[in-house]
Design a protein around this ligand. Structure first.
Ligand SMILES: NCCCNCCCCCS
Ligand SMILES: [Zn+2]
Length: 343
């Protein structure tokens, strides 16, 4: 399987994320991608190629220009305001009884454009996020050119990012950009399947009113788990997109058996949609040893996921999302890909 990878991912390395009531060392760190790359090389998964730069005109197919301008300039504004010793994080949001009018001060702007305080903007964020987006779009292009499957080994992840907000360690929605790229290259319908432990709120929001992209996700029940405020089963799409969002929320402690049964239901929905291509938001934080998650999949449960996806017989772009057990992320993520290839 063709792999797309850029070392620029390492430019995203936050100094802390707000969680559990304190600024904690980030779990979304460079070692994640390095461990997956190492495992892919160990098993000879496939050739590794650098991304092509698709430029801003590709990013605006999914993201708002004002948001891109914010991301590009945020670090300089933050540094000018308070030096470079801390990362840029928000502190107040336009929640109930407040107005979502974008402020001019960096504290207000980062809050306007962010979902959470766990996604630090650093000096290298803009470079790393664009590289990750280019990695995903390059993989999608390979599939559009006829490759059966490609793996976008990128970070930071993307599925929590909306058209104009960062969050959940995400800045640009790599999977959404890959899906849009496939449509722009001639696909009429694309299915996005999000197997990450967390609901892909950003991907859902981006495509919720569209019928040309089916968004399916199985994930920890938002009543219990981040992102908490999207991902319920009654969210089925809006307007022209009614019926093209499918959520399967699952409780803490979900085992492989129950998880695979939910996957089967989503795969049958994908089969009935008959897309021209499939984009998989490949998060492996469903692993029982994941430090921030609470499902119970074991390493041996990952290859069968890939094997089931292969039975869909669709040109497939795998886009790396979450997975924070750094020692096992490689064997778990590559396990899905080996299962897909029949290995
Ligand atoms: N203490 C847990 C904090 C969770 N913070 C966001 C998680 C984003 C996962 C992306 S796949
Ligand atoms: Zn996740």
């Amino acid at each position: 399987m063709q792999i797309v990878y850029s070392a620029d991912h390492a430019r995203q390395h936050g100094r802390g994320e707000l969680t559990d009531g304190r600024l904690m060392p980030v779990v979304e760190k460079p070692a994640r991608a390095e461990m997956v790359l190492k495992r892919a090389q160990e098993v000879g998964l496939g050739d590794i190629m650098p991304p092509r730069d698709f430029g801003r005109e590709a990013l605006v197919r999914i993201h708002r220009p004002d948001y891109l301008a914010f991301l590009e300039g945020a670090w300089a504004e933050w540094e000018a305001e308070r030096g470079g010793e801390t990362d840029c994080l928000p502190l107040i949001w336009p929640v109930r009884n407040l107005r979502a009018v974008c402020p001019t001060h960096i504290d207000g702007k980062v809050s306007y454009y962010a979902l959470d305080a766990g996604t630090p903007i650093t000096p290298g964020t803009w470079t790393a996020a664009r590289a990750s987006a280019n990695v995903a779009m390059t993989a999608a292009d390979l599939v559009a050119d006829g490759t059966r499957a490609a793996f976008a080994l990128g970070r930071p992840p993307g599925h929590h990012a909306t058209a104009d907000q960062l969050g959940g360690y995400c800045f640009l929605n790599n999977a959404a950009l890959a899906a849009q790229r496939l449509l722009d290259r001639g696909a009429e319908r694309v299915a996005v399947l999000d197997v990450d432990y967390h609901h892909g709120n950003g991907t859902q929001a981006i495509f919720e009113d569209r019928a040309d992209v089916l968004f399916c996700s199985l994930h920890a029940d938002p009543k219990q788990e981040f992102p908490y405020f999207l991902g319920h089963a009654d969210e089925t799409g809006t307007g022209a997109g009614e019926g093209y969002t499918v959520n399967a929320p699952l409780p803490w402690g979900t085992t492989a058996e129950a998880w695979m049964a939910a996957l089967e239901r989503l795969c049958q929905r994908i089969e009935s949609y008959a897309p021209d291509a499939l984009v998989v938001s490949l998060g492996v934080d469903t692993y029982k040893g994941d430090p921030i998650s609470r499902f119970a999949l074991d390493t041996s449960d990952f290859p069968p996921i890939g094997a089931r996806l292969a039975k869909l017989a669709l040109p497939t772009t795998f886009v790396m999302e979450g997975g924070y057990a750094v020692e096992e992320i490689g064997v778990n993520a590559v396990g899905v890909l080996q299962g897909f290839e029949g290995g």
